[in-house]
Ligand binder design. Structure first.
Ligand code: ZN
Length: 264
């Protein structure tokens, strides 16, 4: 049995608890009727944070906006994790909070009893996650945030013909300058110029990372097993932040799984 007044309730546990009791119906209830029903049926107060978490989970279960739109992601991460949604543009999410929210979302979407596919994260969400991570000195991103790894590491290309360096926006291996991708004539279409393509231009490119992630990745794998190896190097500082973030996610998973057993 869970306590609806417990401010640290797992959003996933709350979701399956409500679904077991009310079926899918509760997901369409407005906040006030939902709270009223819960308080009547369970003869307890419902923490405001849990009401917010429940509403956020209903969005995750019924729509793809968390995966499609950075604005929805921005709003739902604090709703799920701290239980207080905020659209405040200055709000920063820690890597641990973003990992935990994505972990909850993926768990939910893979454990729904309807056969809806788990969406892929859109580029705007990946860039949003990468921007927050980099702001905290984290440029290597493992699962569950690996979908944003290329953006955090600054995946770029260099053209060995014209010398242009640019962000990889289309991932087709072409130099945007040599194929006139952004010329005003084709602006908006962002298609390579067919004539340049016919001449075989723009293919002499190589990929590189602005912030190569390999060092931090290796140190992350090592420090996960043996924290005593910490040296304070730049890679270690990044890796240690990730170890801490994943410790947080793993602790939440343990509490979640234990509580789920109690309601099944
Ligand atoms: Zn070029």
């Amino acid at each position: 049995m869970i306590s609806l007044s417990d401010e640290n309730l797992s959003p996933v546990v709350l979701f399956f608890f409500l679904t077991k009791k009310y079926g899918h119906e509760w997901m369409s209830w407005a906040p006030d009727p939902l709270r009223h029903t819960l308080e009547t049926d369970f003869k307890t107060t419902v923490a405001k944070k849990n009401l917010n978490r429940a509403l956020a989970m209903a969005v995750l279960a019924t729509r793809d906006t968390f995966f499609d739109s950075w604005e929805a992601f921005h709003f739902l991460v604090p709703a799920l994790i701290v239980g207080v949604p905020s659209a405040d543009t200055m709000q920063e999410h820690t890597v641990g909070e973003m990992m935990a929210a994505v972990d909850d979302a993926l768990y939910l979407r893979t454990h729904l009893d309807t056969l809806v596919p788990v969406p892929k994260f859109a580029e705007t969400v990946a860039r949003y996650v990468a921007a927050h991570a980099k702001n905290q000195g984290v440029w290597y991103l493992p699962e569950p945030l690996a979908f944003a790894a290329d953006y955090a590491a600054g995946k770029k290309y260099r053209c060995k013909d014209c010398g242009n360096e640019g962000e990889v926006l289309f991932d087709d291996g072409l130099c945007d300058t040599c194929v006139h991708r952004f010329d005003t004539e084709t602006l908006g279409a962002w298609r390579p110029d067919p004539e340049a393509m016919a001449r075989g231009l723009g293919r002499n490119t190589e990929l590189f990372f602005e912030n190569p992630p390999q060092g931090a990745q290796a140190r992350f794998l090592l420090l996960t097993r043996d924290p005593a190896q910490y040296t304070g190097s730049q890679d270690d500082v990044c890796a240690a932040k990730l170890v801490e973030a994943l410790d947080y996610v793993n602790a939440r998973r343990m509490l979640r799984d234990r509580a789920l057993k109690g309601i099944s």
